[in-house]
Design a binder for this molecule. Structure first.
Ligand code: MN
Length: 203
């Protein structure tokens, strides 16, 4: 079964003014869509992999033939990471986490401000294109990480609780080269309800 482009879980303009409507259209309808198309094209040569879930493919890259492994990392990761990214944001969101996940973040990073600084810094210092993440690492500990290109935490045994896309295509129309401004504004749309749900599922 072919992989499909999931619809945005909200309107294209729902994250204004933090993320502008045009960026959301291009990001979802062009970039995310292209990863889906290219993943399906890549898997044409590997019928045995076509029935596998995306999670299964990315979590078991050694089962992917050498000749298409990098294409699966790039395009499968592109599909997976963007599907998460839309869920990590929501209209009328932002603010601070509450409950168990807030307690865990404070315990791991000191306090919420220190956590924000550390995740933002991971995004700022990712050279070129990639992502910054809050994950459960392989030992089940909360950690802040960064991945290059479309590499995904799931491929190295991590479970993503939150992540931010720092590819230029995520912010250039509105913020141009000012990645720091994009990252500072992005906290206004973080969907803490989703982070809390993922924390409860993975802990
Ligand atoms: Mn992107």
């Amino acid at each position: 079964m072919a992989h499909e482009l999931p619809p945005l879980p909200y309107d294209y303009s729902a994250l204004e003014p933090t993320i502008d409507e045009q960026t959301m259209h291009i990001h979802h309808d062009k970039h995310h869509a292209a990863y889906v198309t290219n993943l399906n094209k890549t898997l044409e040569s590997a019928p045995a992999l076509q029935g596998k879930s995306l999670e299964d493919l990315l979590a078991n890259l050694s089962a992917v033939p050498d000749g298409i492994r990098q294409a699966v990392i790039n395009n499968g990761g592109g599909v997976f990471n963007h599907t998460l990214f839309w869920e990590f944001m929501a209209p009328k969101a932002g603010g601070e986490p509450t409950g168990e996940v807030a307690t865990a973040i404070n315990a791991a990073f000191g306090n919420f401000a220190a956590f924000k600084d550390k995740l933002s810094n991971a995004g700022m210092t990712r050279f070129g294109s990639g992502w910054a993440w809050l994950v459960f690492d392989k030992d089940g500990k909360l950690a802040i990480t960064s991945t290059a290109n479309q590499d995904s935490p799931i491929s190295i045994g991590q479970k993503a609780l939150l992540g931010v896309d720092v590819w230029e295509h995520a912010y250039y129309l509105k913020y141009q080269n000012r990645r720091a401004d994009y990252l500072a504004a992005w906290w206004n749309v973080v969907n803490w309800a989703e982070v809390a749900a993922r924390y409860a599922r993975f802990k």
